[in-house]
Design a protein around this ligand. Structure first.
Ligand SMILES: Cc1ncc(COP(=O)(O)O)c(C=O)c1O
Length: 263
């Protein structure tokens, strides 16, 4: 953990623009051509690198920002979304089916709380809210239907701090995914390094840091991020919370100074 340095990881990434610019070019296209028809099938299946299908699926500018965010959180992969709620709801809906359950911290951002309490029951997905700083309460709330344990690293608004490493052990022992919202502590806590399976952020807050846009991210394994963009079953692909590439480009530039702003 002490050797993990998110700021250096981000600075080490350098993508050049097509004319050697020090920032990558912004992709200003909703859709893409295929120089060879045979490539198309592989792109649909997510098996071809460097080719793009449609900007709701992936676009090069969102890919650059996602790669930087994966470096920041120490995850294999990441994706960017049009809001923090877009990131949280996509991750949850990708994992849960009707009949599944969630154990969540009782002190979380109000929008996430409302989504779990009022919206998910429409799909027969029910949430038990507990004090996640009390590991016995978490264990007691888990049932065979529980698929997710959810908490915020530093909770909004109560600033509660849960033990991510211990929650991760409980999640693994019960076949659940631990989702941690790290909005309040990018570069301060690295939940994936402590065992979280999925790290989400509202980039609207510290990561962008300029109060000029709304955006979110999901950082996780290649397998999970690819599943979000599966053309047949991916929540992000099918519900469409895509971030505009101009915004991705400006957030990537702001991300490079995040370590200074978080001091
Ligand atoms: C901890 C946390 N998570 C998620 C969100 C939702 O993010 P957004 O407003 O970008 O959708 C917020 C918003 O305040 C938040 O504070």
């Amino acid at each position: 953990m002490s050797k993990f340095n998110p700021a250096d990881n981000i600075q080490d990434l350098q993508y050049f623009g097509e004319y050697g610019g020090v920032n990558p070019s912004i992709t200003d296209s909703s859709t893409y051509t295929f120089l060879r028809a045979g490539t198309m099938e592989g792109v649909f299946e997510g098996e071809v690198e460097g080719c793009y299908l449609y900007s709701r699926h992936w676009n090069p500018t969102n890919r650059y920002l996602s790669m930087a965010l994966a470096e920041m959180e120490g995850t294999e992969s990441a994706s960017v979304m049009a809001s923090g709620m877009g990131a949280i709801t996509s991750a949850i809906m990708q994992i849960c089916s009707a009949g599944d359950a969630i154990v969540s911290s009782r002190t979380i951002y109000g929008g996430t709380y409302a989504f779990m309490k009022n919206y998910l029951p429409k799909f027969n997905i029910n949430t038990t809210f507990v004090d996640t700083t009390n590991l016995e309460q978490v264990k007691a709330a888990i049932t065979p239907n529980t698929k997710i344990i959810f908490c915020e690293t530093i909770s909004n608004p109560m600033l509660e701090v849960s033990d991510i490493a211990e929650l991760s052990k409980i999640a693994k022992a019960n076949n659940c995914q631990l989702i941690v919202d790290n909005t309040f502590s990018p570069m301060i806590f690295s939940p994936a390094k402590l065992g979280a399976d999925i790290v989400v952020h509202s980039m609207t807050k510290f990561i962008n840091g300029m109060s000029d846009c709304v955006a979110g991210t999901v950082c996780a394994s290649h397998e999970f991020i690819d599943s979000l963009y599966d053309v047949n079953s991916g929540t992000a692909m099918l519900l469409g919370p895509v971030l505009d590439s101009f915004r991705s480009s400006s957030i990537l530039k702001n991300l490079r100074t995040l370590h200074i702003r978080m001091k």
